[in-house]
Design a protein around this ligand. Structure first.
Ligand code: SF4
Ligand code: FES
Length: 256
């Protein structure tokens, strides 16, 4: 494949960014998208130019580090993490033909300031978890599995929500830059398990307050978040969050 790349370059969070264009030829369709960027960076390095900064770690769809907006879509044209996207997926995309330009941008949201080029600071998601996405009772060593019975539907639902890897694509895709799918996933997986009950209602209040403080927007049921989520976290976890929030208010739960 011969491709052109239009990539967002930004020195740091205090400077304005801009797009720069690069041409690459002989790109194998079986390369991953990140390997294609590695090829570009090797070339830039040899030319004495600054490589494009982007995040990645596991490159196996597990860690959530690798988010990019590719041709306007969070993680690109297929529902996966960016590291699991291959150049053949781009080639098979009907809106793309050989020689076309691929636009690559960082996640764009107030809560995710750009640190450099394509890398954003996603620590706001960590702070939402720190506000309540944990169980503070000492559960000791792992108990015998049958000693804490969990109904199968609840276990399945909790597991579905726990699949969230904190990549932030839901925020990047949402016109309101809302992190509600992420926050609701954490609230749902803890709130359905017996260990999560003691802090269930204070958790939802504290996590939502932190969500708002970080500058993420509200949910208006658009659904882009679930459409791009690489781990298929369902949008109705947000209903679970809203139900828990309603109960917290009814119970008169106050922030610590
Ligand atoms: S809910 Fe999905 S899109 Fe959002 S952070 Fe979790 S894995 Fe990523
Ligand atoms: S690099 Fe870990 S999920 Fe992509």
């Amino acid at each position: 494949m011969n491709i052109k790349l239009k990539i967002w370059r930004q020195k740091n969070k205090d400077t304005a960014g801009h797009f720069e264009e690069y041409s690459l030829s002989g790109i194998e369709e079986h390369m991953s998208f990140l390997e294609m960027l590695d090829v570009l960076n090797e070339r830039l390095f040899k030319e004495g130019k600054e490589p494009v900064a982007f995040d990645s770690d596991c490159r196996e769809g597990i860690c959530g580090q690798c988010g990019l907006v590719i041709n306007g879509m969070a993680h690109g044209p297929i529902r996966s993490t960016t590291c699991q996207l291959h150049m053949r997926h781009i080639a098979e995309d009907p809106s793309f033909s050989d020689g076309d330009t691929i636009t690559i941008e960082p996640w764009r949201a107030t809560g995710f300031p750009v640190l450099k080029d394509l890398i954003v600071d996603r620590s706001a998601l960590d702070r939402i978890v720190q506000a309540g996405g944990y169980i503070s009772v000492n559960t000791g060593a792992a108990p015998e599995a049958h000693s804490v019975p969990v109904e199968k539907p609840k276990a399945d639902r909790a597991f579905e929500a726990a699949a969230c890897i904190g990549c932030g694509a839901c925020v990047a895709a949402c016109p309101n830059a809302s992190a509600m799918l992420f926050t609701a996933a954490k609230i749902t997986h803890l709130g359905l398990l017996p260990q999560g009950q003691p802090e269930r209602y204070i958790r939802v209040i504290n996590m939502l307050n932190q969500h708002d403080e970080e500058g993420f927007g509200g949910c208006t049921n658009i659904g882009e978040c679930a459409a791009v989520c690489p781990k298929s976290v369902p949008i109705d976890v947000i209903s679970q969050l809203n139900r828990d929030m309603g109960k917290a208010r009814f119970k008169g739960v106050h922030v610590h």
